[in-house]
Design a binder for this molecule. Structure first.
Ligand code: CMC
Length: 427
């Protein structure tokens, strides 16, 4: 194994390298500050691995995504979302009986405490569902004080089951509250996606029959979003968890992180961008020119990624799914055609080619959510439901690792040097 050597002034330090199972190298700089008195500066942690993880793997150059070693394409085609949730948390695909038991335990925890209704009702009807979900997730900690110890594996396990089970109820109820409709309670005879769709879209006045195309598509979307390495929200969950905060607080932090337009909020932004292009009657060359202009804050939403320098494999799957699902649902959405043309224009432009900017997972997902009947401001909260197994798996992994330390980055201080306090009348 090669070592790295750091030379700083007259001092020299050998740093060990570690290798991952896919052949990646990481130089361990833990001894750096102690030995040489210096730290590393790495904006946006682009070159920093905080720790080891075995949950998911991304090869950004090749456009590969694995959950616990399984290619995303295979899981997208064959796995149920709860199967993936199990795989991510426990490391292996469940056997038939393990999956049945897991699904049964999730089904048994879907109800919210009845008094939680008041929490939803405290929000203005205009509240964004991501804010409601983050608050409701945080509030769950107050209902289950006996299962909050992040170092107790049994407490963490039951909390994870409660989170996975209750997330669809919280998301659907945020929608019901915002649309002034009665809450729909979970139905234990339905699968995860079907139950969620019913809680979202059913009204007491008529029967609601789940469209199998919509349920299968939702399953696909949830599977594709389930984990993605040390992304912004998973890192937020890990950071908060590293201080031994409980899992509900840690996941709530992840939901807030996901809401940003550079992260999960991009799926809402993509649809809004496409609608804006249509409303303004813009031609695509103008849009791409705007995105390239350094003096214009506009960016092509749903394009680019810190890790992928090739097609995001999830975007590849979703582009195909978008056409198939819209066809199966009999939806003719001109925005799909617009998105495909925009992709074509961008990918043939030197700016995007040189910077290796490709469509990411958020580029096509919104068009599918829209065809399924979801309002635009629910898109990011659907991403959150999908990412939940990743967040809790990352939390569990971190807390079970004896080498975990509280996350406490250093800084390069560039403020004022030491100076004396100035009395008020002398300022
Ligand atoms: N449109 C125009 N230019 C872009 C874009 C874009 N969407 N993305 C990156 N660039 C340019 C950027 O200006 C920079 O150019 P230069 O080298 O001339 O300064 C170069 O490409 C590298 O970009 P960066 O901002 O340094 O890259 P980053 O790794 O820090 O940011 C990103 C990654 C995803 C935040 C960024 O690509 C972006 O803002 N994309 C649009 C928002 C988006 O779609 N977010 C969803 C990400 S995927 C799902 C998720 O994580 O939730």
């Amino acid at each position: 194994m090669p070592d790295a050597v750091v030379r700083f002034g007259d001092d020299e330090l050998n740093l060990p390298a570690h290798v991952g199972t896919q052949g990646d190298y990481a130089i361990d700089i833990s001894a750096l500050r102690g030995a040489l008195g210096i730290v590393t500066l790495d904006r946006g942690f682009a070159n920093t691995a905080e720790g080891r993880s075995s949950v998911s793997f991304i090869d950004g150059e090749e456009g590969v995504l694995l959950y616990r070693g399984y290619p995303i394409e295979q899981l997208a085609e064959q796995a149920r979302f709860l199967e993936v949730a199990y795989l991510l948390q426990y490391g292996e695909l469940p056997t038939k009986s393990e999956l049945e038991q897991y699904e049964e335990s999730i089904t048994r925890h879907t109800l919210l405490r009845e008094d939680m209704k008041h929490l939803f009702e405290a929000f203005p009807h205009s509240a964004h569902p991501m804010q409601i979900l983050a608050s409701a997730t945080s509030a769950l900690a107050t209902y289950y004080p006996d299962a909050l110890n992040p170092l107790d594996p049994e407490a963490v396990d039951i909390s994870c089951r409660r989170l996975v089970a209750k997330a669809p109820t919280m998301v659907a109820w945020s929608y019901k509250y915002r649309t002034h409709q009665p809450y729909v309670y979970p139905a234990n005879d339905l699968g995860y996606s079907e139950n969620f769709l019913r809680m979202m879209f059913a009204v007491p006045a008529e029967d609601y029959v789940v469209d199998p195309v919509v349920a299968t598509t939702l399953n696909l979307l949830l599977v594709l979003h389930a984990d993605h390495g040390q992304n912004c929200s998973s890192s937020a969950v890990r950071l908060v968890g590293s201080g031994h905060a409980n899992i509900f607080s840690s996941v709530a932090a992840g939901i807030h992180a996901l809401s940003g337009p550079l992260h999960g909020g991009a799926n809402q932004e993509v649809l809004e961008m496409l609608e804006w292009i249509v409303a303004e009657g813009l031609d695509l060359d103008t849009v791409v020119r705007k995105a390239k202009d350094r003096n214009d804050p506009f960016r092509l939403m749903g394009f680019g990624h810190r890790v992928y320098k090739n097609f995001d494999p999830r975007a590849r799957i979703l582009k195909k799914a978008a056409a198939d699902v819209l066809h199966a649902l009999g939806v003719d959405d001109p925005l799909l055609d617009l998105a495909m043309r925009l992709e074509e224009v961008a990918l043939s432009d030197d700016y995007f080619v040189e910077r290796k900017l490709y469509p990411n997972v958020d580029f096509y997902s919104g068009i599918i959510y829209r065809a399924m009947g979801f309002p635009i401001d629910m898109f990011t909260v659907l991403f959150a439901m999908g990412r939940l197994p990743g967040w809790i798996s990352q939390f569990r992994e971190l807390l079970a690792d004896p080498e975990t330390r509280i996350f406490r980055p250093r800084q390069l201080y560039i403020g004022s040097p030491v100076r004396d306090f100035v009395a008020m009348d002398e300022r």
